[in-house]
Design a protein around this ligand. Sequence first.
Ligand code: AKG
Ligand code: MN
Length: 208
Amino acid sequence: MQQTQLFPSDSQRNDCTKIEMPDADVRFYPNWMEHSDALKAFKTLQSELQWTQQDIVIFGKKHKSPRLQAWYGDADAVYTYSGLKMTPLPWHNTLLRIKKACEEVANITFNSVLANLYRTGADSMGFHADNEAELGDMPVIASVSLGATRNFDFIHNKTKEKVRVPLTDGSLLIMQGQTQSHWKHGINKTKRVTMPRINLTFRHITQR
Ligand SMILES: O=C(O)CCC(=O)C(=O)O
Ligand SMILES: [Mn+2]
């Protein structure tokens, strides 16, 4: 009797859609992780990473960041993000395992990861580009999503064209080429989502 296959085969894992966006190179792998693996990683990272809620300053006023974050990486991968200087925590095994798998797809090495925990749909990330000097000219960013699906919205700097990619559990999104120079991205709040989501953005930081 033929067995029903519950988890993605290798070919599903490699399923890739190049998102139609001018001045950008964005690739989406919806079935990149098996669901069981994604769930296990979610639980481990939710309980074992050192999540903190950063203070952010908007128009001179201090606010609590609308999500939890943690920065892991090689000791020298110091990064300034939204005006905050972040010194990485030493790698967690689960992050290292996922990092290795991302490196195989992206064909480059990463030395750090920004982990974001959106506790519910009330958590969000404002529109921004990952264009800090430490990332270099054409950064390659590998973004892994675990847990609740959240919409990832892009807006073109000049034309204001909008593109939406629902980032599903176990998916991988790779942004490269000119993407950060021409587009901003963000995660809007939504009343429709009550469950948490973890996002991991692997980056390569170079010190000048
Ligand atoms: O949660 C996401 O998918 C986006 C994360 C992001 O843009 C970032 O960490 O810079
Ligand atoms: Mn970003």
